[in-house]
Each structure stands twice: as structure tokens, then as C-alpha cells.
Design a protein around this ligand. Sequence first.
Ligand code: GLY
Length: 364
Amino acid sequence: MSSRQRIVVVGGGVIGLSVAWRLAASHEVTLLDPTPAVGASWVAGGMLAPVTESWPGEEDLLDLGSASLESWPAFAEAVGVPLQTEGTIAAALDSADAAVLDMLADHLASRGREVRRLTGPELRAADPALGPSIRSGLIVPGDLAVDTRELLRRLVDLAREAGVAFDPRSAAAVRPGAVVLTDGATLGCDTAVIAAGAWSSALHSALEGLVRPVKGEILRLRVRPGVVPLRHTVRALVESRHVYLVPRPGGELVLGATQYEAGFDDEVIVGGVRDLLVDAERVLPGLAEYGLTECAAGLRAGSLDNLPLLGRLEPGVLVAAGHHRNGLLLAPITAEVVNALVAGEDPPASAAAADPARHARTKR
Ligand code: GLY
């Protein structure tokens, strides 16, 4: 169907907003969310880093993320947000951490990805804010980063300008031809897109058990006068724990993120904050001199295999959820996939593995 459709997008995080904005060029779009542009997207660090987030066995995710990364410069230009292009440093603290990074570098090299292995002193020469405890690491030149909050504000404005109607009601269920609201009303539509992040599973029986909340705490800091600022995004392994540091041009430093299964609990816990600070200070000794501006927690939309669910659940019902650690990164390609499906075209080949049909219980 390529004619103008009535489309309801359920969920106004970075995925729902990107999808709604893209579809509004050709369709009548309603975005359903009582609080758009908050939730996991608002908390996210903004690393666009398929390579340093990759892991052996997750090659489909690496390919999908790399395809989306290629779309990011044009997407960012269209949205009107700058990208940070300094690349990512992956840093290892102890010998076990270094062994993990070596394994990752071998894996990436076998997939034809560009990574440079550096010693601790070489890393400190590349970024003098890094501490002497760093043993070794990798530099990944192609990774990007974006200010998530600036992006979300722009997406809301652009979606409104493109004619997206923001409806503050909540969805209870999605079925062909209608979205059922929590107040009992229904919104008729030709196509519904489930983009409700960690809340997506409850909206359609085919998604039951396929998407779950994965809690993450994150801190926002501000560099103060006299402190040597970090230049690169750093993703570090500190005695087997992960921590990342994303500096922004204005002096903000985003420090993340814990990851644990806590259901829909989104309270910031002292132990999570302590672990982030202790680990990050090993990477960045100047950390104690930063101002602390925010502690927040978000709920990622975890899937069973860490790949998102991008595709058709049944006629007139699409899903774009389960982006887990990669919602920001995968926003452009997700919008492209949904746009292609709505237009009755084939989505990009790199998204084939993300088709929800891979899960036996999913209906088509
Ligand atoms: N992409 C980083 C995170 O989910 O914490």
C-alpha cells in the first residue's frame, strides 16, 4: 500500500519520534505517548558505537548497527544536531580486561572492522585525561556520539512541524485497524507501529515475553575550570565491569551505565552510583574535580537475543522495539525499515535478521 495512510505510532522515545517524523512526510501520523521524549532515550549517553558495543556471536547486531551508523551523518544533518567524531577508545584496566579487548580486537579484525591496538602510554598520549592505571586499549576511529537531549528536542519540533499529532493518551493494546487506549476508547488506523520500548510486550500477544526492561543508571557531570577534559568517548573494562564516559563539547560528561534486571523499578540506587564513580575514577583520575549535575535511571528495552524486533507482527501491525543498548544508534535504520514496510517495499537487507518472525511464537 503506497497511498496516504492513517498511522498510529505507540511510543515517543527516540525510536517512535524518528519513525513518526519519517512517516509524516507521506502519511497522517498520530504519536501516542503521555510523556514523549523522556524515558530511556532521555537518560541515554548517546554513544553511536556499534564496534565497541559488539560481541562475538552478535554479528547481525554489528552489521545492523554499522548500517545505521552510516546513516547517522545524513540523519543528524536533517535533524540539525552536531555529531562528535573523535571516535571511541576502549580501555582495559587489568590483565583479564586486556585479554577481553584482545579477543574483541581479533574478532573485529576477522570481520574487517578497523581498530588500532594501543598501549596504556599510547592511549594517554592520544587523550591526556586518561589515568595511569589503563593497561592497554583500542581506538575505533569511526564511532560517533550525539547529545541525546538536543536530538530529542529537535525530533519533537520536527515531528510537530511535519504534521505529527501528539496524543497524550496511553495505549493498552494494538490490533489490526485500531489501537485500544487505557481509557477504553479506540483509535482507528491503517497501520499501528509499536515503539513503546520496554513497555512493548504488553501491547500485542506476539510480543509476550520478547521485550523486557533492563535498568541502567547514568550520571551527568560538568567539567570545572582547571580540569583536563576528556576528548574521546571511552568505554572501559574495569576488573570486568563496564563503564563508559561520553564527553560533550559544552563540558558535560555522561557517565554510564549500570545494567541489571530489576523489572520496572527505575529508582537510582546508591550502590549503582558508587560503582560508576569508583570505576570511572580509575579511568579518569580528574573525575573527583567534576561537578555532579544529575543521577538518573532508565529502562532499556531488552530483547531475547539483543537484536531489536523490526517488522510486521500481522497485517497492519508493525513493531520497532527491543533496541536494548542501541536505541540511539539504531534510530535511523529503524525509521527506514518501518517506512519501507509501510510503503510495501523491502526493508534494508541488514535488517533482515531483526524480523520478529525469528521468534517462533510471533505471528505474521
Ligand atoms: N548504549 C549504552 C547503554 O545502553 O548503556
